[in-house]
Ligand binder design. Structure first.
Ligand SMILES: Cc1ncc(COP(=O)(O)O)c(C=O)c1O
Length: 387
């Protein structure tokens, strides 16, 4: 091992104040743990732990990605001009009110960088996407948890949690990991109760799965108020999780702040090209949403019949409830599903230890999950076996 000052090893130096130290508030961060992909070298595993699109992206996006191979030596357009144009055309939005990021993860982080600092607070619901907390802690601010009403976010509790230190509220609608939905009326009531100097981030990572025409997309809320941002991702229904691509819709002053803190070429050429082509294929998106709804509802019925009912979810996953302990618990169900090559998401870290979160997947995936859960619930437990 190389020796540093005074003959001390690198390990001996860390923590002495001699070596560079990261910002002290980073110690509070538990790094994000993504959905498990199965063990390397294991037999075929079906990954249903991160809510990706089982059908993949539009074939037009795959073509565009391949064609982007000819431009790998060239920096991408840092302004994402064509992609923002395609998003604007698809959703009826002004491209000047849009900025793009390397996944909506990056946009969450940029929002924290632009609007929160040590001593500030952000608020998120009790069962909320982990990156809200991590990105808040990364800038030295304090995440405040607003208790849910049941599984779903409670807009009154969120508004009541606002203090004079609050800079931002994060709210996913529909929500991951609970699949719950707030109505437009509930969102407006909450916004009316929140001071205008508090940024409200409406995260629509799963918005495109909503087929209800009354779903509140959030875009009009951005246009009506100075303190609302909508986030969207290409990782879920658009099937481009590997390329890391997301976008924010906000007033130009907010977009300007985000553009100041982002890297100049934060989205790669292949991501820009595939994203633009995926955005132009809204027929494919509608097809994926319909497929998801049909198989999600079918799977929910099968899970209820098997004795592991899922609450209603508005996303591309189900949440069968097994309980926390005993032979029919969520950990036992998870182990059983794995033995069939089905990788679900455990929810202990989200405070829901009795549930599993399982992506609906393809018709074959959903059928395999339904059969496995039915077998698990029917299988004699060790006690019943006399073992
Ligand atoms: C609610 C929510 N927001 C944001 C993200 C991040 O998505 P991206 O892949 O665009 O970073 C996820 C991913 O699971 C999510 O569930």
């Amino acid at each position: 091992m190389s020796k540093g000052r005074k003959g001390m090893s690198a390990n001996e130096i860390v923590g002495t104040g001699i070596a560079p130290e990261p910002n002290p508030w980073l110690a509070q961060i538990s790094p994000y743990v993504g959905g498990d992909a199965g063990a390397p070298g294991a037999r075929r595993m079906i990954k249903l732990s991160s809510n990706e699109n089982p059908m993949g992206p539009s074939p037009r996006a795959i073509d565009a990605f391949r064609r982007a191979a000819d431009r790998l030596a060239i920096y991408p357009d840092g302004g994402a001009t064509q992609l923002r144009g395609a998003i604007g055309a698809a959703y009826g939005l002004d491209p000047n009110w849009i900025t793009c990021g390397a996944g909506s993860d990056e946009l969450i982080s940029l929002l924290c960088l632009a609007y929160a600092a040590p001593g500030d607070e952000t608020i998120h619901a009790q069962h909320a996407f982990a990156m809200y907390r991590i990105s808040t802690l990364a800038v030295g601010a304090r995440p405040v948890i607003a208790e849910d009403a049941g599984l779903g976010a409670n807009p009154d509790a969120i508004a009541a949690a606002v203090s004079d230190k609050t800079r931002m509220i994060f709210l996913a609608n529909p929500n991951n990991p609970t699949g719950t939905l707030l109505s437009g009326d509930a969102l407006r009531r909450m916004l009316d109760a929140v001071p205008l100097n508090v940024m409200v981030v409406l995260d629509g990572a799963y918005a495109e799965y909503m087929r209800d025409p009354d779903y509140e997309q959030g875009f009009r809320l951005v246009e009506e108020r100075p303190n609302v941002v909508v986030l969207r991702t290409f990782s879920k229904i658009y099937g481009l999780a590997a390329l890391r691509l997301g976008w924010a819709y906000a007033r130009p002053d907010v977009i300007d702040a985000l553009n100041r803190v982002r890297g100049p070429f934060n989205v790669s050429n292949p991501a820009l090209a595939a994203g633009e082509a995926a955005m132009a294929d809204q027929e494919y998106v509608a097809h994926c949403a319909l497929q998801n709804e049909v198989w999600r509802d079918w799977l929910c019925k099968q899970l209820a019949r098997a004795g592991a009912p899922s609450p209603e979810t508005h996303c591309n996953f189900v949440l069968p409830y097994f309980g926390e302990d005993g032979p029919r618990s969520a950990p036992a169900a998870d182990a059983f599903l794995r033995s069939r090559g089905l990788i679900a998401r455990r929810l202990e870290s989200y405070g829901m230890p009795g549930h599993l979160r399982i992506t609906v997947g393809s018709p074959d995936d959903a059928s395999a999950v339904a059969a496995a859960v039915a077998d698990f619930m029917r299988a004699p437990s060790p006690d019943e076996n006399g073992a």
